[in-house]
Ligand binder design. Structure first.
Ligand code: URA
Length: 221
């Protein structure tokens, strides 16, 4: 659970003056050897991947971070320069806002699993190409199979469209629950934190999405 003193800071970052505490049950799952082996081999496959050509300009792959048994999975677009350097998703400015958005619905960063559609940084932070997405998506599907989250939060157009296999605009995907392959996992869509940093007026809508996701997650119990 987050320190009370830090909550107002997070909510301020989101432009929110509302707060409802969510009780996070402690995880009590015991690791089993076969899952650990599968996860490790998936990590090794990603680290060695040369499927789409982005290996030529990466420092390292960015597999994902967090609780492997999380009820919530967060999916972004692709690593940026800071993520490529550190090997961890969402560690730059957008990551700070992502942490605040999660905190606003009672989720500590460590309690969710955070991954991207692409495991490598596209040069110059350009959008991922359809071919890169097609090559990389099986890794995310494998992560979804192994984490088995109750709910996926898709941040931004690329994450939402890639997860759902649609070209519908982000605005039309907000406000309802979708089902994502490979397990028909419920997905709620919201704005990417990098977009919100550029367009703070939209933070209010993102807060609506987060409250909606929290409600859906509770209903899925
Ligand atoms: N933006 C993303 O979509 N993912 C990251 O990991 C960092 C920035």
């Amino acid at each position: 659970m987050l320190e009370p003193a830090r909550r107002s800071q997070y909510l301020q970052a989101l432009g929110i003056d509302e707060w409802t505490r969510r009780v996070q049950p402690a995880a009590t799952i015991t690791e089993t050897a076969p899952i650990a082996e599968e996860w490790t081999s998936l990590q090794q496959s990603v680290a060695a991947c040369q499927r789409c050509g982005l290996q030529a300009c990466r420092t390292q792959t960015v597999f994902g971070v967090g609780d492997r048994h999380a009820e919530w999975m967060v999916v972004g677009e692709a690593p940026g320069a800071e993520e490529d350097a550190k090997g961890e998703p969402f560690v730059g400015a957008a990551g700070q806002l992502l942490n605040a958005m999660l905190a606003a619905i009672g989720l500590a960063r460590e309690s969710v699993f955070i991954a991207n559609i692409l495991k490598c940084r596209p040069p110059g932070n350009r959008d991922p190409s359809p071919a890169e997405i097609a090559e990389c998506l099986p890794y995310l599907h494998q992560q979804i199979r192994q984490v088995r989250p109750r709910l996926i939060l898709a941040f931004g157009r690329v994450a939402a469209q890639s997860l759902l296999g649609t070209d519908k605009p982000l605005g039309s995907l907000r406000g309802s629950v979708h089902a994502a392959p490979p397990l028909n996992t419920p997905v709620v869509v919201t704005y990417h934190p990098a977009y919100l940093l550029r367009t703070p007026a939209e933070k209010r809508k993102a807060w609506e999405d987060l409250k909606y996701a929290r409600r859906i997650h509770a209903e899925l119990r």
